[in-house]
Design a protein around this ligand. Structure first.
Ligand code: 13P
Length: 283
């Protein structure tokens, strides 16, 4: 059975101190491509869908694609709903069979976020699903100002949230952001160690695109067992399509374009899986 609980994938990576690539896909082509990369490298993988992707394709179709595309696999994989502030979308995905969700209550007060995350944890337990939690809204790279850390809560607040809610994975803001960094970000790696030592809960590293290999290996060693990548996939998917069309302006043969994009996305996924130490970790 290739589809396994997300907790099995994350906990094993946490114990063995490697990172599981958690890659956001945008359609059928990219979902198939990242799964093929995991199969080729014998690596566990988390496939992530944004709320936007779920809404644009439809939860039924996304899940039908997932079921068909994972049927023949021999490596452990799980389907995760990324940053979702909408409780009805959380419930819908859990009901359909997603293996985990990130309830994004970061725009709520910590008190209200805690209350709602507790409810999500209880709901998810009924499906054997994992819950990731967060209290600090992640910025986009373009929004990072002079005070890159202004969105951070006190460490004690984060620890209290993790302990009270019982989340399985925690996503802290450590100076990371979504999008493409213009320079290597300055990251508070000590925050990861503090959280892991105090709670024993694995950490999800957000804003992975553009971090350096040294940053990844340091943070993974400290307990970032789930490493999120989204922008890198979007760039490779779109840039490879743009390049192909530029080189073949009158070809009008979509399957050839798609094959080119698929190869680019497979390479991108393999690069990240290797970088995080996931190759050969399938069981
Ligand atoms: P990037 O888009 O920077 O890779 O971040 C991905 C992410 O954290 C998704 O939640």
């Amino acid at each position: 059975m290739p589809v396994v609980p997300t907790k099995d994938i994350v906990d094993r990576a946490f114990e063995e101190r490697y990172g599981v690539a958690a890659i956001n896909v945008v359609n059928d082509l990219t979902m198939e491509a990242v799964l093929a990369a995991a199969e080729e490298l014998r690596a566990p993988l988390i496939v992530q869908t944004s709320v936007k992707t779920v809404k644009s394709i439809g939860a039924d179709v996304v899940f039908a694609m997932w079921t068909e595309m994972t049927r023949h696999l021999s490596v452990p994989v799980a389907l995760h709903l990324d940053h979702c502030p909408e409780r009805e979308v959380i419930s819908l995905c859990l009901e359909k069979g997603w293996n985990s969700v990130l309830f994004d209550g970061s725009k709520l007060t910590v008190e209200e976020n805690t209350r709602q995350t507790l409810e999500v944890v209880e709901e998810a337990r009924g499906y054997g699903a994992l819950v990731e939690g967060e209290i600090e809204p992640f910025k986009r790279v373009e929004e990072m100002g002079a005070d890159e850390r202004e969105n951070e809560q006190a460490l004690a607040t984060a620890l209290e949230f993790i302990r009270t809610t019982g989340v399985d994975v925690y996503a802290p803001a450590i100076g990371n952001a979504h999008g493409m960094y213009t320079a290597a970000p300055k990251l508070d790696n000590q925050r990861v160690t503090d959280i892991v030592e105090a709670t024993g809960v694995p950490v999800a590293l957000h804003g992975g695109t553009g971090m350096t290999p040294d940053q990844f290996s340091d943070l993974i060693a400290r307990g970032c067992a789930k490493v999120n990548i989204s922008t890198a996939l979007k760039i490779r998917f779109m840039q490879s399509g743009y390049d192909y069309i530029t080189d073949h302006p009158t070809e009008y043969d979509p399957p050839k374009l798609f094959a080119h994009q698929r190869a680019a996305v497979v390479d991108m996924a393999k690069d990240h899986i290797r970088l995080f130490g996931g190759e050969g970790r399938a069981w």
